[in-house]
Design a protein around this ligand. Structure first.
Ligand code: UD1
Length: 335
């Protein structure tokens, strides 16, 4: 019988791509999403790709009643993948209470309802931001957790702490996935990132500039201690990332420890200017950009050690930067 999984935030950027991969692997998917940062038609788009519409509830993980109803109506759910959270670093500095309430409060409510429904497996969306401004790239999972640079980053650290504590106190099993920089879109160009308003992240800013929606990209700082002076990140294709969630579900039952963390990146770092140049090549456009001042809170360079995810999850990122940017551009052109 197909395994049934609840995906919170399943209509969002990473959530929707993960739902597609889960369905392709024969999982039955139930989605809860409050549409705070996406649109309901993503559901039809998932159906177009997979040939099947997942079950969807317009609901909020902060609302215990919404979760209780889902777990009552789907008593065969065996695991949860928890994406539903706010993710804008700058906004979190302005509205810390909202970030703690939604990201931390939402997860506590979810864990409480999972416990009542006897669901003991959760995959959590974490971030490389937990490593802070490290000088140890490639950074591996044993690297120390840093003081968070933003309330957003702190919600990821706190949620991991809560999950670790709960895995000791109860029979909860946790796989926490620390994403590096997810970019790109599904090759069908039916789903992708839908930034509301002015994007904060590099790639949506690039594609919107190329599409004429934004005037000019500002490269934040050219005086870092890197080969071309711009920051280095580990950009990973969202479809590769989505596939890792399927592997994470398959890890349950085989875990050495009830709390495991994995880095999800490619293991390669690229500078901002390399991303810009690669984008210009694959899109055959000239990008209007200027060099501006550094952005507060940016780390100079970080990329992943992926050995643990490769060896234990049996997962490896496959897409090249060219492919990631090609799909991001194809998606932008449909908007
Ligand atoms: C940040 C967070 C990450 C979070 C992600 C989601 C940190 C260290 N990282 O990633 O945890 O999950 O946001 O929103 O807090 N850049 C420009 N011009 C732009 C935009 C970005 O030059 O207009 C540069 C940045 O300086 C950075 C790189 O592009 O060097 C990537 O930036 P971005 O896409 O915002 O991701 P991070 O800041 O790495």
């Amino acid at each position: 019988m197909a395994e049934k999984v609840l995906v919170t935030g399943g209509l969002g950027y990473i959530g929707s791509h993960t739902v597609v991969e889960l369905m392709a692997q024969g999982f039955e998917v139930v989605i809860i999403d409050n549409l705070s940062n996406t649109r309901e038609d993503v559901l039809d788009r998932i159906a177009q790709i997979t040939g099947q519409k997942p079950v969807y509830y317009n609901g909020d993980v902060c609302d215990a009643n919404d979760l209780e109803k889902i777990f009552a109506e789907h008593s065969d759910i065996t695991s949860v993948i928890h994406f539903a959270a706010y993710k804008a670093v700058g906004e979190s500095v302005e509205k810390p209470l909202e970030y703690y309430r939604n990201n931390v409060g939402g997860m506590i409510t979810l864990l409480g309802q999972m416990k009542k429904a006897n669901i003991e497996r959760i995959v959590f969306s974490s971030s490389c931001t937990v490593y802070g401004d490290t000088d140890r790239s490639p950074v591996d999972e044993s690297s120390p957790i840093a003081q968070a640079a933003s309330p957003y980053g702190n919600t990821k650290i706190i949620c991991e702490d809560i999950l670790r504590d709960e895995s000791v106190a109860s029979s909860l099993s946790v796989v926490s996935l620390r994403y590096f920089n997810p970019i790109g879109a599904h090759p069908s160009a039916l789903i992708g990132e839908l930034p509301l308003g002015v994007p904060n992240n590099l790639v949506p800013y690039i594609t919107q500039t190329a599409a004429g929606i934004r005037e000019q990209l500002t490269v934040f700082g050219e005086d870092y201690n890197t080969a071309d002076g711009t920051c280095i990140r580990d950009y990973i294709h969202v479809v590769d990332l989505a596939k890792a969630h399927v592997m994470a579900l398959q890890r349950f039952g085989k875990m050495d420890n009830r709390f495991e963390v994995f880095n999800l990146g490619t293991g390669n770092g690229n500078s901002v200017l390399e991303v810009v140049q690669t984008f210009e090549n694959v899109s055959d456009t000239k990008l209007n950009y200027r060099i501006g001042p550094r952005r507060a809170g940016d780390v100079e360079q970080i990329w992943a050690s992926t050995t643990k995810a490769n060896d234990i999850l049996g997962w490896k990122a496959e897409s090249s930067l060219e492919e990631m940017l090609r799909t991001a551009w194809a998606w932008q052109q449909t908007l």
